[in-house]
Design a protein around this ligand. Structure first.
Ligand SMILES: [Fe+2]
Ligand SMILES: [Fe+2]
Length: 391
């Protein structure tokens, strides 16, 4: 199949009801919806989006056969990593029970504990929760992948069974964090809900090209990234004395770890069957950079909301550029990329590139950090009623 590319035109979109200032491009390639002429509100919905060439169906069709032939393997190695529903935790296990006599007392205790947590912590927890809440986007993204998508919505291939059950497990994450945040009374739920609606409407652009090699490299990276960040929100909650919230975040982190195990296993198998193709896909994803799933985040106010949220997460040590380099280093070791032999010229170039990348990222990051520290500033976050937070 020929590589198809289409260009998303950089036009000024319309966005009914938006009250914002002038339209502009942030982060070089992300376009946010513009302000709208109030008299002319019947404009079509146009969400923030990336402006770059969108490549589709980059995996040669003969490689789809690999995924067909791996169905029994997936059943025996991937589906076993799912937990039976009856053995899964549910959000209600960690929240005040509204049917119990002590409900009000439990809510009061939750609110007392959450008072110990600072505003900047809440900004990161909200951003993490919104990222989880945009789950419809991630299920859609996985179902764009050739050879593994759920063709009917109830397909019986192990790939489709995995994706639905993975989604169902993930669905508890946003649900639990949302209910905790709602009960805490510390955040502006309406602004948060708006941000989630904007984000799901915007989708994401991970540049995985309908290609399951790229798609599962992306999900391997992301599951580990969320394992790390939820682990860090757990650690900080504990430091601030909220043991219940620490337990919530830690429990979510352990799900992410299990999902990481599944996705990295798929890529490990691809390295075994097709080392040359897989290492080139890994290099391709890393050259394009792994964009975070919520990179099109917007709350109706802040054009650079995702960058601001990321800066606070970086400052608090919840998810940092060092983590990004560490994840890559971990995956390179996990897949034994350095030991690959018999590669083509292109394959060897890709191998050298990814193996040398983590120290390069760290060096660049140290310089960027030094610059950022010099011009530290505070910005308001609508999620906490416009209070300002240092970046
Ligand atoms: Fe999650
Ligand atoms: Fe996850």
């Amino acid at each position: 199949m020929a590589l198809r590319a289409s260009f998303v035109p950089h036009k000024i979109p319309a966005f009914p009801g938006s009250q914002r200032g002038s339209h502009r491009v942030s982060m070089a390639s992300t376009v946010h919806p513009p302000s709208v002429d109030v008299k002319n509100v019947k404009k079509p919905f146009a969400p923030p989006r990336e402006v770059h060439v969108q490549v589709t169906h980059s995996m040669p069709p003969e490689k789809q056969e690999i995924f067909n032939s791996l169905q029994t393997w997936a059943e025996q190695n991937i589906l076993v990593l799912l937990k039976p529903v009856e053995k899964c935790w549910q959000p209600s296990d960690f929240l005040p029970d509204p049917a119990s006599e002590g409900f009000q007392e439990q809510v009061k205790e939750l609110r007392e504990r959450s008072k110990e947590l600072p505003d900047d912590y809440f900004v990161v927890l909200v951003g993490d929760m919104i990222t989880e809440e945009a789950l419809p986007t991630y299920q859609t993204m996985i179902n764009t992948l050739d050879g593994v998508r759920d063709d009917t919505g109830a397909s019986l291939t192990p790939w489709a069974i995995w994706t639905r059950a993975w989604t169902a497990e993930e669905n508890r994450h946003g649900d639990l964090l949302n209910k905790y945040l709602y009960l805490s009374g510390r955040v502006d739920m309406k602004q948060i809900e708006r941000t989630t609606q904007y984000l799901i409407g915007s989708g994401m652009d991970p540049r995985t090209e309908n290609n399951p090699y790229l798609g599962f490299i992306y999900t391997s990276f992301q599951e580990r990234a969320t394992f790390i960040s939820h682990g860090n929100t757990a650690r900080l909650a504990k430091e601030h004395g909220d043991m219940k919230l620490a337990q919530i975040c830690g429990t979510i982190a352990s799900d992410e770890k299990r999902h990481e195990t599944a996705y990295t296993k798929i890529i490990e198998k691809l390295f075994e069957i097709d080392p040359d193709g897989t290492v080139q896909c890994l290099a391709d994803m890393m050259r394009k950079k792994i964009t975070m799933p919520a990179h099109l985040m917007y709350d109706g106010h802040d054009d650079n909301l995702f960058e601001h949220f990321s800066a606070v997460a970086q400052r608090l040590g919840i998810y940092t550029a060092k983590d990004y380099a560490d994840i890559l280093e971990f995956l390179v070791a996990r897949w034994e990329v350095e030991k690959l032999t018999g590669l083509s010229g292109e394959g060897r170039k890709a191998q050298d590139y990814v193996c040398g990348l983590p120290p390069r990222i760290r060096r660049l990051e140290e310089r960027a950090q030094a610059r950022a520290t010099k011009k530290a500033s505070a910005v308001p976050f609508s999620w906490i009623y416009g209070r300002e937070i240092m970046l």
